[in-house]
Write a new protein. Structure first.
Length: 315
């Protein structure tokens, strides 16, 4: 993005992504407890602006054939418009409506005329708003965390050329168990009562993250490594953000998490407690279910991946 590489005192612009239930909120709260880093609740900005293929795929699974074809045609139309750099008025309004923290970005200087239909204009305003909000808070680095922005990493990198992207990856068995338990308790997660769907969700997220291995602006962090060696892992992530280590992060992160969790996200409340390894797979499924789930999951070679410079994955 021309003019957005380094300006206005901002040192780094970062996006934290990953499969849901993989520890994104935990890592966000740890990083946000640093005195130089500003963050905010999930924005879903790119997901809404480009329209989430991920959520549409889940929604289509149980619809009649004719409705699925109609949705696919609509998706093709949206993709073509995005490829040409255009966005519909309804889509742009939805993108901004979900970010009350940045509400003033459009009211003080609205995007008008043809610019209101240009993707680049909205992305530039989004970056500008986060820059301003961070500097007003006395921070020179900002961190946006929306897990599904994983599937828009290419668009993010194309529009925000200096963006750093942190991928957090949790073991698939535990993600499936966590998705399944969330589905039992909270209606928004109900699709993941189907463990095949949960396993597929994790497999595709893993494949997307691994496709960025070696990119200098992408860092892959294994969740289990963060739990096993939190100080060293966090130090690696801070270094990736050109940020120095700092005392007090571990004491502050739970308090910071309260400002990052919306009232309608009760499933994130576990992040308000101590840093613990909450394993659920063995307690959630029967031996037969566990065997079936394991047969569906991809098996990354963490030892080989840990040898790469942009991967933090030592057991």
């Amino acid at each position: 993005m021309a003019g957005y590489d380094r300006h206005a005192g901002i040192l780094a612009r970062a996006f934290l992504v990953g499969c849901p239930r993989s520890g994104t909120t935990l890592l966000q709260s740890l990083l946000s407890a640093h005195s130089a880093i500003h963050s905010l609740p999930e924005t879903h900005f790119f997901q809404n602006l480009f329209h989430s293929q991920e959520h549409r795929r889940l929604a289509l699974a149980h619809q009649p054939l004719h409705r699925r074809w109609l949705r696919r045609l609509q998706a093709c139309r949206r993709s073509a418009a995005a490829a040409w750099g255009w966005v519909g008025a309804g889509r742009s309004r939805k993108s901004w409506a979900g970010i009350p923290e940045l509400a003033g970005a459009l009211t003080t200087r609205p995007i008008e005329g043809l610019q209101a239909y240009r993707l680049r204009a909205h992305v530039e305003r989004f970056v500008e708003a986060l820059d301003q909000r961070s500097l007003q808070a006395g921070k020179r680095i900002w961190l946006e965390k929306t897990p599904d922005h994983l599937f828009y990493a290419a668009q993010i990198q194309g529009h925000v050329t200096d963006a750093r992207v942190i991928h957090i990856i949790r073991d698939g068995e535990e993600v499936v168990a966590s998705l399944y338990r969330a589905a039992q308790e909270y209606p928004p997660w109900r699709p993941f009562l189907d463990v095949e769907r949960a396993a597929d969700r994790w497999n595709r997220a893993l494949a997307e993250s691994l496709s960025w291995c070696g990119h200098r602006h992408h860092l892959l962090v294994r969740y289990e490594t963060l739990l096993a060696d939190p100080a060293r892992t966090l130090s690696r992530v801070l270094h990736f953000l050109e940020c120095s280590d700092e005392n007090g992060i571990w004491e502050r992160h739970a308090r910071v998490a309260r400002g990052l969790i919306r009232a309608d996200e009760p499933w994130k409340r576990a992040n308000l407690g101590a840093l613990t390894d909450r394993r659920k797979f063995l307690d959630t499924f029967t031996p037969a279910q566990r065997q079936r789930i394991r047969s569906m999951l991809q098996r990354p070679d963490w030892w080989s991946l840990s040898q790469l410079p942009q991967v933090v994955a030592r057991p």
